[in-house]
Design a protein around this ligand. Structure first.
Ligand SMILES: [Zn+2]
Length: 642
């Protein structure tokens, strides 16, 4: 880009006629018709955001009014010749009868008076004097007042063009004297198409994905698009490809963002955290991530509101079309709002990825009222022995300790043992309610559905945990209780008939219960008990110890009949003997124990849960969101203590 003759694209490709204007057809047609019919107004107002062509239209209009044609005999025209002195000099910004004033820097009464003074003189060479006041809303009230009379009754030869990004700030008396045209932000497709035309003219190699990215970043402004294109070409050393444009814009590959939304939809906290670490590792910006996420959610909302509205041919619409059925529309809106608010928070943290993590975790804490209100009608059900065995196999490997129960846990361990058998539904031995089954199927595998029903499921029954995995290479071994819980996890769930998971029978702690739990944890950590033997110990409450008997007799109360077998009892007794150094006779009693390791664990978890939920509820931002979205509720159990 060291070429001396290089002209920035925005200037080189500035439209010089109405025919070259892109994306403002409505304005161009109206102006061209008026000029063709010689219906001239004395003041024009062009409104619209920056960089969409207000000044360009003004210059073309000035040429139309002053063009003399190639032969010097032309009159007012909608198609300026481009070669007469008026056309050439206006293009080169040196035509004495075309005056541009930037009101942002010349806003006072003095500048206004000077302009009025110049208005008193007839045009030097042209048919018309054209005064263009850019950012006209910035003129002071005094300046406006001074101009008003001239604006009301201008001399024949004088035309005013006012331009503003903020017409609301213009005085009504001024607005009423102007013929107003609203220039619209250009659609990304329009920008991309024009950009492609220009790059082809410039013989710059380019790809469609890069064009789309840049066109979106331009936010409807062709001038911004061209100046970004200049930067991208310089950045890429003459190339204009997706990777380069992405890197320059700091934008984030759509696959990352789609994975994040998918993880939120499936309430998969660990997947969310892994993805953030991946983004950090790749050096992709947190800001860019949230920006892309906002765009994806916005596209999803469109698809949800009007299925089929997204362009099926546009590769950028694949993800939103696929993901739209995973979330109900109101949750999509909620997530969008969280993303927008989250963007403002990034700068407040030294570690932008930590801030990004907070924003994403906040998303997991919410779910629409329909879900939150749904009773925990389908508690986790007992896992078949096969899954339990797989859980055992997995727990002896490096599988991280995990939340104690739930379909996700069962799914993951099963998948670990046999990837081919990765289930589409959690391993349950009871027929799951149809809605539950649908929900557990991987969302991606489902065809898009018009309704959001598919989503409602992951939070029913037991919401999957947020943050549950220790890093596999965690140097510190997980505490015995964690190991125990992980090991016995798949089988921990009780049959639905026994009790709902959220309402465990009250713990009635006893001294023996405390000792028993410590002993069971020691045995489990040492690997002395496994599978169903461990499950028996975990579910049992030690009620009496008779040391006078020979050997000592311990009474264990166990609710589940399937665990009260002689074989399991004998294996547990053998393990106890090895640990204690003397034999123990075990007696298994029927009934629910008041104090078992399982019950203690559940009580502790519930207490941690309550604390975590309170922390989230106390978060002012969460409160603001709750107030804003009447349908938002914190899903009971969706928050896990970190
Ligand atoms: Zn001309």
């Amino acid at each position: 880009m060291a070429c001396m003759s290089y002209v920035v694209l925005a200037r080189k490709y500035r439209p010089r006629s109405f025919a070259q204007m892109v994306g403002q057809e409505h304005v161009v047609r109206a102006l061209a018709n008026a000029l063709a019919q010689q219906r001239l107004h004395h003041a024009y107002l062009f409104t619209g955001t920056r960089g969409i062509g207000k000044t360009t239209v003004s210059r073309i209009l000035a040429k139309c009014l002053n063009c003399t044609g190639a032969d010097g005999r032309g009159g007012i025209t909608a198609e300026p010749c481009g070669v007469c002195s008026a056309c050439v000099e206006i293009d080169e910004d040196r035509y004495i009868d075309y005056i541009e004033l930037d009101a942002a820097s010349n806003r006072g009464i003095d500048e206004a008076r000077e302009l009025i003074d110049r208005a008193a003189y007839k045009p030097g060479i042209g048919r018309f004097k054209v005064f263009m006041i850019d950012e006209a809303h910035q003129l002071t009230k005094d300046a406006f007042s001074a101009l008003l009379k001239t604006l009301e009754e201008p001399p024949e030869y004088l035309k005013f063009v006012l331009a503003t990004t903020d017409p609301e700030k213009m005085l009504p008396t001024v607005l009423s004297r102007c013929l107003q045209f609203n220039l619209r932000p250009m659609a990304p497709q329009v920008v991309a198409a024009h950009l492609e035309h220009i790059l082809r003219s410039e013989a710059v190699a380019h790809d469609a994905a890069a064009l789309r990215l840049l066109a979106r970043a331009a936010r409807g402004s062709m001038r911004d698009a061209l100046s970004l294109a200049d930067q991208a070409i310089a950045y890429g050393g003459g190339r204009f490809d997706e990777a380069g444009v992405r890197a320059m814009l700091g934008s984030v590959d759509g696959t990352h963002v789609a994975a994040l939304v998918e993880a939120v939809a499936q309430r998969d906290g660990p997947a969310l955290l892994r993805r953030v670490e991946l983004l950090r590792g790749l050096g992709l910006s947190a800001e860019g991530t949230l920006e892309s996420m906002a765009l994806l959610l916005q596209h999803m909302a469109v698809e949800q509101a009007v299925p089929g509205a997204l362009d099926a041919e546009d590769p950028d619409h694949e993800d939103p079309r696929r993901l739209a059925p995973l979330l109900p529309p109101d949750e999509t809106q909620l997530l969008y709002s969280i993303v927008l608010q989250g963007r403002g928070e990034l700068a407040l943290m030294a570690d932008e990825y930590a801030a990004l993590t907070m924003v994403l975790l906040r998303m997991l804490a919410f779910a629409p009222a329909a879900e939150a209100a749904a009773p925990a009608a389908s508690p986790p059900t007992a896992v078949p022995a096969a899954a339990a065995a797989q859980g055992d196999a997995a727990s002896s490997s490096a599988l991280p300790s995990s939340a104690p129960f739930g379909g996700h846990r069962a799914q993951r361990t099963a998948a670990a043992a046999s990837p081919a058998a990765a289930p589409a539904a959690p391993a349950v031995c009871e027929p799951a309610p149809p809605r539950g089954a649908a929900a557990s199927a991987p969302a991606a595998a489902q065809p898009p559905m018009p309704s959001a029903k598919a989503h409602a499921q992951p939070v029913l029954g037991e919401p999957p945990p947020w943050v549950e995995e220790n890093p596999p290479d965690d140097a510190a071994a997980p505490p015995a209780s964690a190991a125990l819980r992980a090991a016995s996890a798949p089988a921990l769930a009780v049959p639905a008939a026994a009790r709902p998971p959220d309402a465990p029978a009250a713990l009635v702690p006893t001294a023996l219960g405390g000792q028993w739990r410590a002993l069971v944890e020691r045995l489990a950590a040492a690997g002395a008990i496994a599978a169903l033997v461990r499950e028996l110990a975990w579910q049992a409450g030690l009620e009496t110890v008779d040391d006078t008997a020979q050997p000592p007799c311990w009474q264990l109360r166990v609710e589940r009949e399937s665990l009260r077998t002689d074989a399991l009892r004998d294996k547990l007794a053998a393990a106890l003997q090895a640990e204690l150094g003397h034999p123990v006779r075990l007696q298994l009693l029927a009934g629910a124990p008041g104090d078992s390791p399982a019950r203690r664990d559940a009580a502790e978890r519930a207490a941690r849960q309550r604390r975590a939920e309170q922390t989230i509820r106390d978060d002012p931002l969460v409160q603001a969101l709750m107030a804003q979205f009447k349908t938002a509720r914190i899903v009971p159990g969706s928050i896990k203590p970190l």
